[in-house]
Write a protein that binds this ligand. Structure first.
Ligand SMILES: C[S@@+](CC[C@H](N)C(=O)[O-])C[C@H]1O[C@@H](n2cnc3c(N)ncnc32)[C@H](O)[C@@H]1O
Length: 371
């Protein structure tokens, strides 16, 4: 192998039956969508009943570059059927191993084509299949566009009868269409009471809990304003004032600077103005049990809310190609986003109709036939 080849060699998962990407993209769409979809309609709120591969083949020309967020929670390659509360089969998850991976990969390739330049995808999967799926997603979306592997605590701890640790989490793989261009709205996690008391130890007579932060930051400014004396003080060696001297005067006048006994000024930061902690990559959003849900494997709506708020803007288009109960569609609508849902299960179609009707969510329903 030459040096250049070594550098550019792409990591790939090899398994039997893997189709070339260009063949997948060139393949003619099978069957038809009824009623016929017009471009204008696809961009508003719609649900498609049918296998998402041919449905996406039909939709890619209309959706190309338009979807800001894809959330999918596909079957996990468990080899099992999933039943509703009446023990009727809601959907089948019979594909395993290579067949399962290829089923997912061909769909991910079509989904990628739908993403907008600021778009991203969150794929929900368990920890048995997840590490193989990560490699497939690296191939399809590019390793560089991998953003997070989020651990989601899905249930209460259980006592498993096996010689292993408990397993109460699954994973969400988060990729951007283009890293650093993806929509990402920070919504901070609120501090707990305990955290607030520990981070903001002092009490202000009017504004309550507060803490103080240094007024200087690393790095010296050669000739700039932030390197000069303020109130007779120079910033410590190797540091500069965080604010211009005019701003320091303003903060001081407003009572937002605390002076220590040794004449060290620090900025006052109140707990009540805190924007919350940066969301990290371990989340706890437990799902309700089957008896409390409309659909097996139905996901927590607060989880979907977090994902949608972070990765879309009002008016964005959200796509869920394994829509199940339709939770993604409902939450997207409630947050002022548009949605497209796809699912092959008859039970899913019934639950989506019921959920959207109860939520007074307008939606156009389509069906894929033939092929
Ligand atoms: C894990 S469930 C999704 C649950 C959903 N996230 C929720 O909160 O209700 C997976 C879904 O994928 C659907 N599905 C499986 N294969 C499909 C295919 N080829 N095309 C469309 N939907 C499919 C199943 O019918 C099932 O509803």
């Amino acid at each position: 192998m030459t040096k250049a080849n070594r550098k550019s060699a792409k990591l790939q998962l090899i398994y039997p039956g893997k189709t070339e990407e260009k063949k997948i993209l060139r393949k003619k769409a099978a069957g038809k969508i009824t009623p016929a979809v017009r471009k204008k309609n696809t961009l508003s709120d719609s649900f498609f009943s049918g296998d998402n591969f041919p449905v996406l083949q039909h939709l890619v020309p209309l959706l190309e570059g338009k979807v800001d967020l894809i959330y999918i929670d596909p079957p996990f390659g468990t080899g099992k059927d999933f039943h509703d509360i009446d023990n009727d089969t809601a959907y089948s998850d019979k594909l395993t191993d290579a067949a399962f991976l290829e089923f997912l990969r061909v769909r991910l390739i079509l989904l990628r084509e739908c993403l907008s330049p600021g778009g991203s995808i969150c794929l929900h999967i368990d920890k048995k299949a997840g590490h193989y799926v990560k490699l497939i997603m690296d191939e399809v979306f590019g390793q560089r566009n991998f953003l997070n592997d989020i651990t989601r605590v899905k249930c209460n701890p259980k006592n498993f009868a096996r010689n292993a640790y408990g397993n109460y989490s699954d994973m969400i793989l988060f990729y951007a269409k283009k890293r650093d261009r993806n929509i990402f709205n920070e919504t901070g996690d609120m501090l707990t009471k305990k955290e607030e008391e520990s981070f903001f130890r002092k009490i202000h007579p009017v504004h309550g809990r507060y803490t103080t932060n240094p007024l200087h930051a690393p790095g010296e400014t050669a000739n700039g304003d932030t390197g000069r004396k303020w109130k007779g003080l120079l910033p410590p060696k190797g540091r500069h004032w965080r604010y211009s001297r005019k701003e320091l005067d303003r903060l001081d006048k407003a009572g937002l600077i605390e002076w220590s006994d040794s004449n060290n000024p620090r900025k006052i930061v109140f707990a009540k103005g805190h924007k919350g902690k940066k969301v990290q990559d371990v989340w706890e959003f437990k799902d309700k049990g089957l008896s409390f849900s409309d659909y097996p494997t139905q996901k927590n709506h607060e989880l979907l809310k977090r994902i949608i708020l972070h990765s879309t803007n009002p008016g964005s288009l959200v796509l869920d190609a394994f829509a199940g109960s339709g939770g993604t569609l409902l939450v997207a609508h409630q947050l002022g986003r548009h949605f497209i849902g796809i699912d092959a299960s008859k039970k899913s179609q019934a639950v989506v109709r019921k959920t959207l009707k109860e939520g007074k969510v307008p939606c156009s329903f389509y069906k894929h036939i033939g092929g």
